[in-house]
Design a protein around this ligand. Structure first.
Ligand code: FES
Ligand code: FES
Length: 172
């Protein structure tokens, strides 16, 4: 056994883990953070994406002991005082999820992407989330949601934007 001391979603933990324990399994099985998911065993799906010291990582490809001394944020730590993160709001507003299995990892990756590039164009969003697979949505609404969140997070944007604007086009 090895010891890991880590802050997860603002709470400090000190636990014994096997050196081979993956961070995703530590989060899910020892801490009960089941919002972080496993969708593959080859590091390609991104369902396990969390932030490690502020950067998105695939937690299936990190050992728990490698997170010793680090700060981890999962999907369960991004809402504040019961208020959804703007990226969570946007995924809801733009219908960017169906089964919801890819969604926690997708949102964690989108938050990281918007931290690096606060106003990405469509191509930049698609490239930014290319490490995250979704079998339900066809990605289109995910791209819209990430761009919608970027607008909502711009300085000066009102946090509560009310109902989404009607879809343009369609004639009269
Ligand atoms: S579980 Fe698929 S990349 Fe981590
Ligand atoms: S919403 Fe089902 S996998 Fe993305």
């Amino acid at each position: 056994m090895a010891q890991v001391r880590v802050t997860v979603d603002g709470v400090n933990y000190a636990d014994d883990v096997e050196p081979r324990t993956l961070l995703v399994h530590y989060l899910r099985e020892q801490l009960g953070k089941t919002g972080t998911l496993v969708g593959c065993d080859t590091s390609n799906c991104g369902a396990c994406t969390v932030h490690l010291n502020g950067q998105s990582v695939k937690s299936c490809s990190v050992l728990a002991v490698q997170a010793d001394g680090a700060e981890v944020t999962t999907i369960e730590g991004v809402a504040r005082d019961g208020k959804l993160h703007p990226v969570q709001e946007a995924f809801n507003e733009f219908h960017a999820l169906q089964c919801g299995y890819c969604t926690p990892g997708m949102i964690m990756q989108a938050i990281d992407l918007l931290g690096d590039n606060p106003d990405p164009d469509e191509h930049e969003v698609r490239e930014g989330i290319e490490g995250n697979l979704c079998r339900c949505t066809g990605y289109q609404n995910i791209v819209r949601a990430v761009q919608g969140a970027a607008q909502a997070m711009k300085p000066g944007a009102t946090a509560d934007r009310g109902a989404p604007a009607p879809v343009a086009g369609g004639g009269n």
